[in-house]
Ligand binder design. Structure first.
Ligand code: UDP
Length: 234
């Protein structure tokens, strides 16, 4: 499948049209940003790692009955995806307190939550993706009741599947972010699932093996991405 017009360029990915109007190519870049793109850099090899990890996870979810936009891996940095209209929500699931929740509620990072927490953030960079709830979503018609039910139940299912998957790789799934899109009247899981969008801690040492190494200048950023790659695909 051939890349035609560049449709969109985001912080970590480019999306191209293809000869098939229903299909797009998603290309993963090494560029990294944090804190609303006020911090910028590159993580060598990240695009390859995130493309292949995402593909592996989308395939896994597909076998478990979760509908995703993934069609197939095309190359080191490219995957073929179904064209979706993104629902303007970032869905976060948390198993352990970290990052935004630690700050918001002044709770120390690392506290295991009694039950997973689902958060919706309105996907709008200029507002810094504010936390909203299902009443906002319905009132502002960001998604219908049926779509929201599908998105939330699918997010919890994905959490159970991924928690177990990463556990087998000696990784703790602390939290992660999902995006969904509409395709021919259906809701599909979209975007990516990678160390850019998940917090992953080593099970034995709690060492951070995700984008927090870049956000917080912890060093060994490339090594952490490669380590997750080895564990997930090795
Ligand atoms: N996340 C993401 N994109 C964003 C914001 C968050 O992929 O724009 C992921 C992040 O990597 C983490 C989870 O969502 O795994 C929860 O992030 P949080 O709300 O704690 O925000 P952060 O601390 O990253 O600002």
């Amino acid at each position: 499948m051939q890349k035609l017009k560049l449709l969109y360029e985001g912080k970590a990915k480019k999306v191209y049209e293809t000869p098939d109007a229903d299909l797009l190519i998603q290309e993963f870049k090494d560029d990294a940003t944090a804190f609303d793109a006020t911090k910028r850099g590159t993580i060598a090899g990240k695009g390859v790692v995130n493309n292949k990890i995402s593909a592996r996870i989308f395939e896994l979810l597909d076998t478990k009955g979760v509908a995703t936009h993934f069609v197939k891996l095309l190359s080191d940095r490219d995957m073929l995806i179904k064209k979706v209209k993104i629902v303007p929500l970032e869905v976060t699931i948390r198993n352990i307190v970290a990052g935004g929740m630690s700050k918001l509620l002044d709770i120390e990072e690392g506290r295991r939550l009694k039950t997973p927490v689902l958060e919706y953030h309105y996907k709008e960079d200029k507002l810094h993706d504010p936390l909203i709830n299902d009443y906002h979503i319905r009132a502002l018609e960001l998604a219908t009741d049926a779509e929201l039910e599908e998105i939330s139940s699918s997010s919890f299912t994905i959490n159970e599947i991924l928690r177990r998957f990463f556990e087998e790789k000696n990784l703790i799934l602390v939290d992660f972010k999902l995006e969904f899109g509409r395709h021919k009247g259906r809701i599909l899981l979209a975007d990516e699932i990678s160390p850019d969008t998940c917090r992953l801690w080593d099970k034995a040492t709690n060492e951070k093996l995700d984008k927090d190494r870049f956000r917080r200048d912890l060093g060994n950023v490339e090594e952490a991405y490669q380590e997750v790659y080895r564990r997930v695909l090795g």
